[in-house]
Write a protein that binds this ligand. Structure first.
Ligand SMILES: [Zn+2]
Length: 165
């Protein structure tokens, strides 16, 4: 994967990063290359996104406050394919065969796809770890607090599947 993708993957749950790399390797054989647009989002970054369209000018882009997005836990990534080759324009259209091949490859890694959720923002580029609640549960948010310095305790619990689905 390209440098920007690897930089985004460096901040997420290692098992998630490995799954994304495995899906990307499979797709590269079919000449489809992925970009990880977003990985870990800190509490401060999430709060700034949430403020957009509310206390700050702009369009509303998220309904999740800090601690309410799996991105804050490093347990979610946003990924899209490049339209052609490994740079240039991105393919944001989930209806295209290429995008669907990406979704299939990611699901093949047992990742959950945001496009399968009903009534949400239509999170088509969003993939997250399965075996966890769809949204951060009270137990997860309690462990998160105001934004932990390091996520290792939460990642251990995710690994042990000790957060009830
Ligand atoms: Zn996302």
């Amino acid at each position: 994967m390209d440098a920007r993708s690897e930089k985004a993957l460096a901040g997420v749950f290692p098992e998630l990063a490995d799954k994304v790399r495995a899906a990307a390797a499979k797709l590269e054989k079919e000449q489809t290359f992925l970009l990880v647009v977003s990985g870990l989002r800190t509490a401060a970054e999430q709060q700034a996104l949430y403020a957009q369209g509310r206390s700050v000018k702009g369009h509303i882009v998220t309904n999740a406050r800090a601690g309410f997005s799996m991105h804050n836990y490093g347990l979610a990534v946003d990924v899209v394919p490049y339209q052609v080759g490994e740079k240039g324009a991105l393919n944001w259209n989930p209806a295209t065969p290429q995008f669907q091949r990406m979704v299939a490859a990611m699901k093949g890694q047992e990742l959950e796809w945001g496009g399968d959720w009903k009534g949400g923002l239509g999170d088509f580029d969003h993939f997250q770890m399965s075996g966890l609640p769809v949204s951060p549960s009270l137990a997860m948010r309690t462990d998160y607090g105001v934004g932990p310095k390091d996520l290792s305790t939460i990642w251990e619990k995710a690994e042990e599947k000790s957060y009830a689905v």
